[in-house]
Design a binder for this molecule. Structure first.
Ligand code: TXA
Ligand code: MG
Length: 361
């Protein structure tokens, strides 16, 4: 198996998520066991997997993504029962949360067990662990027979992939295999919760909402947006690399207004008129019910679904950003969706994709 930077053939294996073909899963699992890299769908986004117990296989992930070693990886398990094989002294709250939220988009930060090499955790004493809620991911991890380290399967700093096409756009020729199981159902990454501190602290909002966590951890510490953000060049071990100010970013210049409804649309319209006058190609991501409000301008629109359905908006956000990049827009205009429910994860990703800056309407 070739590892490192070398160009290689990326095998694309289509897999039906409702009835994963055992042949495809076994082929991909063998690549993982041999130290190769396999991208696979989870319920959140596609992950780029390697055997988490094999340090040189894990090094291949960093090389393929162009990711600095200071960014720790999440370890994926097929079942919560395997928790004790990758961590030590997991606190009682970890058991409680894993029973309720796994399989699902919740990553728990826990003390690192001896079988997980330090490269996985950026040299730190903790690891992120989760059981993904996707039949292909779980079948693959089970067949591989080892825990799987997997970041999102995109080039470092770019938008996370929600389809196999997105994965190939970033990593074709740099990884051994991708299991194409169609679009991922959640669309934003897992919530990262540090349970090594008391009270537990959300390091990254995501698919499990703050409200849902509060039902089990009433004193959970919500993410404190700006105070926590590290400058992009920081070379120290980051508690959460997703906290980089510019992350999840499209290539176009993204301008995000921290508002909803007409005030947000008025601000987007004014900015669109200004950018069009400068001869720029302008794109916008808006709710279905907002499309008509910009329809009279020459703006390329990517609709996100109805505002009452933030699950749909989350599912479509990254694909919308990528589709505008493909259409070579210079500027993308967007607005936030409040901070309730999935709105908080969307707020976080939009802000980071905009380089850490939100504009008032
Ligand atoms: O939904 C997801 O979480 C996806 C799928 C593939 O599982 N994975 C993902 O991985 O988003 P990645 O590497 O793109 O983001 C990993 C996040 C980082 O932002 C970091 O905050 C956190 O996980 N993380 C991992 N290990 C950590 C640790 N030991 N301490 C603190 N944060 C950690
Ligand atoms: Mg990522």
């Amino acid at each position: 198996m070739t590892l490192g930077h070398s160009a290689r053939h990326t095998l694309v294996l289509p897999v039906d998520p409702d009835a994963p073909s055992l042949d495809a899963i076994e082929r991909a699992a063998q690549i993982l066991r041999e130290g190769g890299l396999v991208a696979f769908p989870t319920e959140t986004v596609y992950g780029l997997g390697a055997d988490a117990t094999n340090a040189s296989a894990v090094a291949g992930i960093f090389a393929a993504k162009g990711r600095p070693y200071s960014d720790p990886l999440i370890v994926h398990l097929s079942d919560a029962d395997a928790l004790d094989t990758v961590t030590v002294d997991a606190p009682a709250i970890a058991r409680l949360l894993s029973e309720h939220f796994w399989p699902g988009p919740l990553t728990l930060i826990l003390p690192r067990g001896a079988c997980i090499p330090a490269i996985v955790s950026a040299g730190g004493s903790t690891i992120g662990v989760r059981v993904p809620d996707h039949p292909i991911a779980r079948a693959l991890i089970r067949a591989a027979g080892v825990p799987i380290a997997a970041p999102s399967a995109n080039r470092f700093m770019y938008t996370s992939p929600t389809t196999a096409t997105h994965v190939l756009a970033d990593l074709d020729g740099r990884i051994d295999c991708v299991l194409d199981g169609g679009p991922t159902p959640v669309g934003v990454e897992s919530t990262v919760l540090d349970v090594t501190v008391a009270p537990p602290r959300i390091l990254r909002p995501g698919g499990v909402t703050l409200e849902a966590l509060r039902a089990f951890v009433p004193d959970v510490v919500a993410p404190r947006p700006h105070a926590e953000i590290s400058p992009p060049e920081t070379a120290v071990v980051l508690r959460a690399p997703g906290q980089l100010d510019r992350h999840y970013a499209p290539r176009a210049h993204l301008i995000v207004f921290d508002a909803q409804g007409l005030p947000a649309l008025d601000a987007m319209r004014a900015e669109a008129v200004r950018a069009l006058a400068e001869g720029k190609n302008v794109g916008a991501i808006v709710l279905d019910e907002e499309v008509d409000l910009l329809a009279d301008l020459s703006v390329t629109i990517a609709p996100l679904g109805p505002g009452r359905d933030l699950a749909e908006v989350s599912r479509r956000l990254y694909a919308a950003l990528r589709s505008l990049d493909e259409r070579h827009v210079d500027v993308v205009l967007a607005h936030t969706f409040g901070t309730a429910g999935l709105g908080l994860a969307l707020w976080d990703r939009l802000r980071r994709a905009a380089g850490g800056v939100l504009r008032p309407a």
